[in-house]
Design a protein around this ligand. Structure first.
Ligand SMILES: [Zn+2]
Length: 783
């Protein structure tokens, strides 16, 4: 047994040369024969025990010290700070550098020697010595600052007991705005010149803190909460306790930002604040339960935003942004169970994906609807109280939910989190009975599997539910069955294939249910369970539908189908988008304007004539509805080629906020002329595109049918340059899963050969998933 009590960390920075010297005192009790400390790429000068130097071995990754002991180990070391995206890293900013950290899953060991494991919780006390003129931010407020010889020493208060991956250190010249919630200081910090867009995040953070304190029944544990915008950041955000970091676009907005942007910020801020309890106060024992953190924070973020902005209706966004993408991934053979196998912490990096976030959150939504909101909340409170400042597993959560509900939660949840994939329910509708059966739904795999499905359904307007656990079941009904729908409000994680859609389409369907039908039947079409003709007939019945969720989903499907098989689907996609634009142009509410922007952007990418038609609106660009800006600027690029390239490039170089910079870059991937698209991509090579955005911009350009061949060749040449900044993040694989199926259509052999020759180990799951989806898309391409 090894027990770590606290870390006393002293760091002395030489910012000009991007290096630091450190002294870390670790209080440890161990009865094992050796102590192993994780320490990556440091220069270990000496190690002291009770003031005396002791021998050790160091291989660049671990420090081994022989012998049992209790007391304080003192490590004297130094380290260079790289320009990267994980560990402790430097970011060039306006002629100077910002230093920031990103430790999840296993990168704390890159800053200091430590036992880098979520279950080894300890108290951290940090002292940081920097040049005058620099600000330092950490998890806790500082106790005092001392000045000496042109330098400043920050002494931070000790943290509560917490995991290593939650430690934070930021050094730079920051601007701040502050507010108070009860006694807690809420602070938004940005690099110089950007604080003007921090107000929105500050206001919502206050609302979310209040919401979570009420929901969890436990007050926030730290005296302050920082929300920090970081100019180079691999992920959306990171829940360091008391010092949450964000990529700029996930934190900064004002009243001129489109709704899609403000929603994204609200959901990200709400997600990270949810972690202050779920994840930080109570932490998973090991990374196999990563989903406990992520699913829960994802689910709660929608609850919090829904409570604070009911007019946004964010559970619609939950369905399209979390539920649907997770089901798509979970239909491939390269998915994984929610509770994943993780032997080494590096393996955890590949599972920050749709399954750990979206599927897990959808399963929690399903179990909440099975238990009831009130009971679910009580179970969560019980769990947090029981395990605060320590670690827990999925089973601990089920036990708490079981205790408060009296229902057999563990038995249901174990199957859902331990089996990969999900069921397809086949419903055979007869005159007065429905035969249902369940089997695995997967695009390619066939094997027997059963789940305990909390099945909800409605016959002739009467709703019922039961736990469907067997392979087959019969539902009897007295009287003639006129209308049927299964999976009420799409709250269950399964698809339904009906023998006959007529009684289903004659039911009174909610938005979620209409979405459910077209989303399920699209998957059935991709798998080949229904014909092209049946699919088209079904979706055409929804072309004039005035329903945000349906419209967004169909736009998504038709855009993808257009990318795969232009000949078959271009006209249909244009017809749909034109009909829908007429409907939404009339609406004034913000959600409708957001949808209008999405539809208009998609149509501009599909239909050149439409792009020409709207491109002239660029002259009023500063005054137009922000929701429409992306569509207009993309249309302008399509219609104006080289002239637009130079204008947009100049605009990009002058602009300081990422929201607009990203809009411009996306537009610049859509020129009709492939050379112009390659010119845009080469901005990545010259460092003009942030490291964090390179893959996103490449992914966007693969959606440009006029340039995708050239983009693929460019990708092959520069692949080493592209993947390097993402090592240690898992992002390269996740984006490849998304790029390969679209870019590969028509050049399947070339793409397969390339990835056979280049086995990028850190991305292998994503590559396999992408290649499998490519096979499915290739079949559609040949229709
Ligand atoms: Zn999270």
């Amino acid at each position: 047994m090894i027990n770590v009590k606290n870390y006393d960390i002293n760091l002395n920075f030489d910012l000009k040369n991007l290096r630091y010297e450190g002294k870390v005192k670790i209080e440890i009790e161990s009865d094992e024969n050796e102590v192993i400390l994780n320490a990556v790429n440091q220069k270990i000068r000496k190690i002291l025990k009770d003031g005396k130097e002791i021998p050790f071995k160091y291989d660049g990754e671990n420090i081994k010290i022989e012998g049992k002991f209790s007391g304080i180990i003192e490590i004297d070391f130094e380290k260079n700070i790289p320009y990267s995206l994980v560990g402790i890293y430097a970011i060039p900013y306006e002629g100077d550098n910002i230093i920031s950290t990103q430790f999840e899953a296993a990168h704390a060991r890159e800053m200091i020697p430590c036992i880098d494991h979520p279950a080894y919780k300890a108290v951290f006390k940090l002292t940081v010595n920097v040049d005058n003129g620099y600000d330092v931010i950490s998890n806790m407020p500082y106790e005092k600052i001392e000045e000496e010889k042109g330098r400043k020493i920050y002494y931070f208060l000790p943290t509560p007991k917490m995991s290593t991956y939650l430690l934070y250190l930021g050094i730079g010249k920051f601007e701040e705005i502050k507010d108070k919630y009860k006694n807690i200081d809420i602070i938004v910090a940005t690099p110089k010149g950007k604080i003007s867009k921090g107000r929105f995040a500050l206001e919502i953070a206050k609302k979310f803190l209040e919401f979570y304190e009420k929901y969890y029944g436990i007050p926030y544990s730290l005296p302050k909460l920082h929300l920090i915008a970081i100019p180079e950041f691999a992920f959306g955000a990171m829940e360091n306790w008391g010092a949450i970091t964000f990529r700029e676009i996930a934190l900064l907005a004002d009243e001129n930002s489109p709704l899609i942007q403000r929603k994204r910020i609200a959901l990200t801020v709400a997600h990270e604040i949810a972690h202050m309890w779920f994840g930080n106060l109570v932490t998973m024992k090991w990374w196999n339960d990563l989903w406990l953190n992520e699913s829960f924070a994802t689910f709660m973020s929608y609850k919090a935003v829904d409570r604070c902005f009911p007019e946004w209706n964010v559970f619609y966004d939950f369905i399209s942004a979390e539920y649907a993408p997770s089901m798509r991934k979970d239909s491939t053979s390269f998915t994984h169970s929610i509770e994943a196998k993780v032997e080494k912490p590096e393996e955890a990096e590949q599972i920050f994906d749709e399954i750990s976030y979206g599927k897990g959150a959808s399963i929690l939504r399903m179990i909440e609807s099975y238990l009831g909101e009130e009971v679910f909340m009580k179970g969560i409170r019980e769990y947090l109280n029981k395990f605060k400042y320590s670690n827990a597993t999925g089973n601990d959560l089920w036990d708490c939910l079981e205790k408060v509900s009296g229902k057999n939660v563990r038995k249901i949840m174990e199957d859902w989190i331990r089996k990969k994939g999900y069921p397809m329910i086949k419903a055979e509708i007869h005159e007065n009975e429905i035969k249902i059966s369940q089997s695995l739904f997967s695009f390619k795999e066939y094997y027997k599997e059963l789940w305990p499905v909390p099945l909800t359904f409605e016959i002739n307007g009467k709703t019922k539910e039961f736990l469907f656990e067997r392979e087959e079941e019969k539902i009897d009904f007295e009287g003639k069955i006129e209308t049927v729908k299964i999976n009420i409000n799409k709250s269950g994680y399964y698809r339904v294939l009906y023998s006959n859609l007529k009684p289903v389409l004659s039911s009174k369907l909610s938005s979620f249910e209409k979405f459910g039908i077209i989303n399920d039947y699209y998957a059935f079409f991709l798998k080949g369970l229904i014909s092209h003709e049946d699919y088209v007939n079904l979706i055409k019945a929804f072309f004039n539908e005035k329903d945000r969720l349906v419209s967004n989903e169909l736009s998504d499907q038709l855009f993808t189908l257009y990318l795969i098989n232009e000949k078959k689907f271009k006209d249909l996609a244009i017809e749909f988008h034109k009909k829908q634009l007429k409907i939404w142009e009339e609406m004034k509410d913000e959600n409708s304007r957001m949808l209008l922007g999405i539809l208009s952007h998609r149509l501009a990418m599909i239909d050149e004539n439409y792009a020409y038609e709207i491109s002239g609106k660029i002259k009023d660009y500063d005054k137009i509805d922000p929701n429409l800006k992306q569509a207009i600027i993309t249309a302008y690029a399509i219609a104006n080629g080289e002239k637009a390239f130079f204008e947009l490039l100049e605009k990009y170089r002058k602009e300081k906020f990422d929201e607009e910079r990203e809009r411009i870059l996306i537009a610049m991937t859509f020129f009709k002329e492939p050379t112009l698209v390659l010119n845009t991509l080469s901005l990545a090579l010259s460092g003009e595109i942030k490291k964090q955005d390179i893959l996103r911009i490449i992914a966007a350009s693969t959606r440009n049918l006029k340039a995708k061949k050239e983009v693929w060749n460019w990708f092959k040449i520069h692949v080493e340059f592209i993947r390097k900044p993402y090592l240690g993040t898992g992002i390269f694989g996740r984006i490849l899963a998304n790029i390969i199926p679209v870019i590969g259509v028509g050049i399947e052999e070339d793409v397969k050969n390339f990835f056979e020759k280049n086995k990028f180990e850190e991305a292998i799951n994503g590559i396999n998933e992408g290649l499998e989806m490519l096979e499915i898309f290739s079949r559609i391409a040949k229709l």
